[in-house]
Design a protein around this ligand. Sequence first.
Ligand SMILES: [Zn+2]
Length: 282
Amino acid sequence: MGPVQASSQRRGAASGFAAPALILGVAAALILLERRRPLRRAREDPDRRDLRNLAIAAAAGATVRLVEQSIVEPLAALAERRRWGLLNRMRLPRWARLGLGLALMDYTLYAWHVLTHRVPLLWRFHQVHHADLDLSATTALRFHFGELALSVPWRALQVLLIGVTPRELRLWQRATLISILFHHSNLRLPSAFERWLARAVVTPRMHGIHHSVAAAEMNSNWSSGLSLWDRLHGTLRLGVPQRAITIGVPGYRDPRRLSLTHALALPFRPPAAAHQSSVGRD
Ligand SMILES: [Zn+2]
């Protein structure tokens, strides 16, 4: 092995360790800070909720590792070798390629998020994420493993059409994870600062509105990274006071239905009558 290969391998090993450490650090900091400076009053015991969300997240994480990564990363490498996808066809400077790739992945995630609410089968799984009665950093990880498995074909399409490399894909996944940890958190930021931040990215107050039981509020703020996509589509909604928001899914607010087993079984149960009337209304 030559010195260049050795040093690039060391760099690879270092960044391979640095990224999970950064994500864990951000998650730990948010969990600590949101308990010190809460934005919304908790309806459930935070320790119980966080533990339940982490258990749901463990199955979700295993699905991403076993299913998504083993299919989507090799597809990104194949697209790079065969020059498939928009970015692999264009001759762009590296920084422009990276910026455009991250933006297009973020935009197509916006579209996927809309689909998870509009397509009844996808909503069955996505509602597990929305059925949390409070929002906190752990809600960002509370996705049913079925939703993540169902998202693999979409992710494969994103990668093949946009043409991101495996490295760009990993960077986007990490940046998105940090973003969703942040905007699901219950951290009270100074409102002027948050208004300024929301011009560029999704913030906790902005995403809190999307988790409302009110259909008009839930059908807004679909973005996961840049707030630009909601601005472009006229789906941005700000200025709803957080104390006026009831978080959750209509029809699934019974405290006896909040357990881990109920959450995991939710997609396979008949839809609740109250919820039916809230879907498909803007
Ligand atoms: Zn949603």
